[in-house]
Design a protein around this ligand. Structure first.
Ligand SMILES: Cc1cc2nc3c(=O)[nH]c(=O)nc-3n(C[C@H](O)[C@H](O)[C@H](O)COP(=O)(O)OP(=O)(O)OC[C@H]3O[C@@H](n4cnc5c(N)ncnc54)[C@H](O)[C@@H]3O)c2cc1C
Length: 167
């Protein structure tokens, strides 16, 4: 067992590490702001079409292999006729990051890695301690419009009379 206990490494910190490592390989080109549109298979491999969202231009790539890692709403899975059980959208999360020194001194719940935020209508979010100074509040909605309302509320643009978050 290493002396270090398990640590959280949020995606916004971890992705740049992965990105920088991937960029070191001459065989890798990273194309952000691109939408994969379609693909076709021929005897030599795969042809993929995508849109460069910055310019709106359609582009084409040829590759030996196509690996789909496009989540629950996978276009590749659809095109291959592979069915999926359940809802492809787990919810619409909103994350708020803030820094606070010794936050645990300002409430009576003690030190913890994860707190459940409970209001009059039940649990509405979690508060995660990331590194002792940075905290993350996560809440998840079933509808994108409710997530947007919550984002407005948390930035003070949508005040609530009783101070509770939108449900
Ligand atoms: C609020 C929340 C909390 C979670 N917490 C945990 C947790 O604590 N532990 C855990 O193990 N799991 C957790 N999960 C589940 C976990 O996030 C998912 O299982 C995981 O992200 C799935 O990874 P994926 O790579 O298959 O798909 P995704 O993470 O969905 O990635 C798919 C990517 O493909 C991109 N994409 C899709 N279609 C296209 C296209 N046509 N063109 C270009 N790009 C496209 C999408 O934009 C996306 O970036 C959580 C999920 C949510 C919503």
């Amino acid at each position: 067992m290493p002396p270090e206990r398990p640590q959280r490494c949020n995606q916004i910190w971890f992705d740049p590490i992965l990105r920088d490592r991937a960029a070191q390989f001459p065989s890798v080109s990273l194309r952000y702001r691109s939408r994969f549109d379609d693909f076709a298979e021929d005897g030599d491999g795969v042809i993929g079409d995508y849109t460069d969202l910055a310019s709106g231009a359609s582009r084409r790539l040829r590759a030996s292999w196509l690996i789909a890692c496009c989540g629950g709403r996978s276009l590749v899975r659809d095109r291959l006729g592979i069915a999926m059980d359940g809802d492809p959208v787990q919810g619409y999360p909103v994350d708020i990051f803030f820094r606070a020194e010794r936050l645990w001194d300002r409430h009576d719940k003690g030190k913890a890695a994860l707190y459940y935020l409970v209001g009059p209508t039940g649990q509405w979010g979690t508060l995660t301690e990331l590194d002792g100074l940075t905290f993350e509040i996560t809440t998840r909605y079933q509808r994108a419009t409710n997530a947007l309302q919550f984002a407005c509320w948390s930035y003070g643009a949508l005040p609530r009379v009783d101070g509770s978050p939108p449900s």
